[in-house]
Write a protein that binds this ligand. Sequence first.
Ligand code: B12
Length: 218
Amino acid sequence: MGATEETQLAEILKQSVIKGDVKATEQTVNKLLAMGTGARKIFELLSAGVLHVGEQLSNKEAFLPELVVTIDAFKKGLALIEPKLKSEPKEGKPLRIIIGTVEGDIHNIGKNLVKTMLEVSGHDVFDLGVDIPADVFAAKAQEHDADIVGMSALVSPGLMSLRKTVEKVRQVRGDRTHFIIGGYATSPALAEELKIMYAKDAIDAVNKIHEFINKGGA
Ligand code: B12
């Protein structure tokens, strides 16, 4: 089995998730696992399918029911690789991470992907859910002695709440807690302004946190 077959299977997997075809997704994940493809790579392909439908929805080329079946296929595929993801050697030391969607925002699909990826990378993740006020982020960061607060923000009005959360958490935690943000309304420029981390997707989030640990951040 060569690289060409792996490339073909990778494309088939992405398309199966996009179509929400659970059977094809499961079969292709199993084939890729059998040929030795890494669980992380498979996670990337499954996520790419979800992101694609997210974009289609944004451009009105797809509708919510399509995203629902896509997420179902994603979850079934994820279930097959989860044991392997969890048993893969962990990079760096585990951190305590609080994650949530900011106040005024109810989007949770991307946040949930990030949560899953951080968990399978060995971190202790506390998911607060959606529409989370700054005070709650701050109280939970204190309760769990959080190393990192992760915020998802997809709607622009949520950015006010994101800024407020950074301020409140810093009031309570000083520099013991750091931040990582992501989602449509966020940007690398905003992260730079607030002196926090930004991740464009779930894999990037794991990588950014890994870099942070390596720099002696926590
Ligand atoms: C699906 C969707 C919905 C679904 C949400 C379902 C759910 N359970 O989440 C529904 C239909 C409910 C919805 C509602 C609304 N939506 Co909407 N929605 C979307 C859409 C099409 C896709 C989002 C998605 O799930 N993508 C798939 C996931 C996998 O990708 P992702 O979210 O980008 O996440 C990845 C990265 O961004 C990153 N990431 C995300 N979060 C985090 C967090 C951390 C800590 C890190 C490190 C990384 C990270 O990693 C993720 C995984 O790789 C986006 C368009 C878009 N381009 O984002 C609009 C979009 C976000 N929605 C929008 C709007 C306006 C709304 C509504 C206000 C619509 C309305 N008029 O009612 C309401 C929101 C109400 C509210 N107060 O929140 C706008 C926001 C525009 C703006 N600038 O404010 C968008 C951009 C659409 C558009 N082009 O106009 N929406």
